[in-house]
Design a protein around this ligand. Sequence first.
Ligand SMILES: Nc1ncnc2c1ncn2[C@@H]1O[C@H](COP(=O)(O)OP(=O)(O)OP(=O)(O)O)[C@@H](O)[C@H]1O
Length: 720
Amino acid sequence: MDDFQSAYQEEKARLDRTLEEIDQQLKRLRSIPVYTGQDFTEQLLEENRESQRKLLEQSIHEPYFGRLDFEEQGRRKTPLYIGKVGVGDQDGKDPIVIDWRAPVASLFYSFTGGDDASYVAPEGLIEGLVYLKRNIVIRKGILDRVVDTYNRDSDGPAVSDEFLVYRLGENKDNRLRDIVSTIQAEQDQIIRAAKNTALIIQGVAGSGKTTVALHRLAFLLYQYKEQIKAERLVIFAPNHMFIDYISEVLPELGVGDIQQSTFSDWAAKVLELDEVPSDGSEALSRWFDGGAKGAETWQDAELPGRFKGSMVFKEIIDAAVSMLESGCVPEGDFEPWEGARLPRKEILVWFEGEYRHYPVARRKERVLARIHRWIEMELKKVPSAAALKDRKKKAQQREKSYAKKWPELTPLSLYRELFGIRKSGGTEGMVDVSDRIPAGIWKDTQARLKKNAIKEEDLAALLYLYTLINEIDGNLTFDHVVIDEAQDFAPFQVHVLDRFVKGHSFTILGDLSQGIHYYKGVRHWDEMKELFRPDENAYFALTRSYRSTMEIIQFANEILERGVGADLLAVPVFRSGEPVRLLEADGEKRLALIRKALDKVLGGSFRTAAVLTRTMREAEELYAALSEGGLEANLINGELTQYAGGVSVLPVYLSKGLEFDAVIVTDVDQEHYGPKDAKLLYVGCTRALHELWLLHGERLPDYVSGDKASEYAAKVSLEA
Ligand SMILES: Nc1ncnc2c1ncn2[C@@H]1O[C@H](COP(=O)(O)OP(=O)(O)OP(=O)(O)O)[C@@H](O)[C@H]1O
């Protein structure tokens, strides 16, 4: 028997034993009648049994995916089996399968050969020797594959990407999947980073940012189970369809109930807005469907999204509200009826003294309530019933009009005042900051606010005002916040979120090379880092790209290098595929050739394909034409909440974050992708896992037809 066969036999025997053990445990658990009584302790025990049952039921299909033979210093060599779910033996003493999030399991991901292997455990640094690292594929309880990625006894360290490449070569369906069996060392470092740090991660396209963020949440829930709750974790994602696309990963990892939201949805909930301001897709659509040409030359300060997302705007707001407190208590004493008087001095003692520790809106509330109580006490002193009736009535009216003299302390009313919209008897305490806001933005915002129309760009400021005047309710706080596609987030948004998060516990991930929304987001990660103290943040860079073949990555890299002069180039995993196809397809032949290219692509075993256009309008037209020709496809627009897979037709800017087995980018010419659109084309190209087609007019954009291109791209022609 050769080594491979004996390894397979050994693992098969071990799998049979494990399945038998899990089966026994399940049988035992199922035999215990479900407790439905009122006893609290019994209820807790029943809950435990129920979650144990679920975990074992999940585990029995694929109990583990890896094996690591480790000899801890001074102990015996032990084979450790690592799975998505930890399983103990009948007595619950020795683990049969170790949870991938356990400290020792980190060795499986971080060990890359050599004599020194160590991991950090709660007891401190554990050192030892690794003898074997083995990947084991089990499908539906049947052993499918055994691949050794390190064997100390063979001819030296042989850590290879073979298993990773095998996994990456698989076709994808309509959902992002977990990667527990192949997490890479650079990703593992991020997943296991300490909770109370703001992690800022620059990762090239396809480096696993989204995937890593989701695994990090699963890790945090395991590692800090006493301190954090799933429902207090949140992922901010760019749109609802993306949320749907990533929705399977956490349940696959045995984690549920995590909040997933767009920033706008969340802000609207906190601010109790009747309507959710557009999440930006509408603005994007206008931006890309024309009208925005030349706007790239605008100064940041003139771009509403950039200006209102900056910390400069926060400082302007601080200046505007700096006198708010001192301007709150109305002039004059309070007189509920002639002869009774509550001196303003006394009210100030309450407002500025006793209630000082409350935020201002709450202080106002408390002072007004106390005045009410004071009136009631005064009324008790009134001797005659007739006088009492009269005074009561008067006091009611005066109390009401006195309350009206106080400023309206809501985020929206203050924001309106910031832009010069003042109600009669408005806030004396607001400082005029109009000269610090660019005239265009001032005028546009004022006009909108007069009609009570709020845009996404206003939300950070509104939330900030909210936090200045209100206490943040415990229900609204988070234990950890993930921000995906963070290059499109503004520093001010993150600053505001920081007020809702304990311990600056953030995972902020993005790719500056995919920053296609010129009018918002960050230009450099320092803009985010500066929001935190040096000891509160950590920066990581992910440079390996796992999604696409080498040919596609090299081709996309060249677009970045030539078109943007970027240095954040992706390093491919050694997975070779077809060359990128360049197909001239314009004029009358365009539609027929798009159809032909699609037929070619769909002829294989691919499960998902995308046809990317430059604009939404073009996507709609193409979708209509393709459907008329009998093709079954889905049109994706910014409103969609579900991603169905199959063939999708969509504008390239909406493809961000998604991936497809094959991608066909249409109209890749100078007209559609001018010199400023290299990043956009880069996003489109990097969506492809296995095949990329570029359908173009007579002249490709200059940054596409590079000299080196022939190494990984080929011109093809299909008969129209
Ligand atoms: N360690 C890994 N093992 C196997 N597959 C991986 C690994 N890391 C990432 N992938 C795969 O690479 C693809 C890209 O991952 P993901 O979408 O998380 O990357 P991203 O950095 O968020 O991409 P983008 O910024 O381009 O949207 C996914 O198919 C994911 O499953």
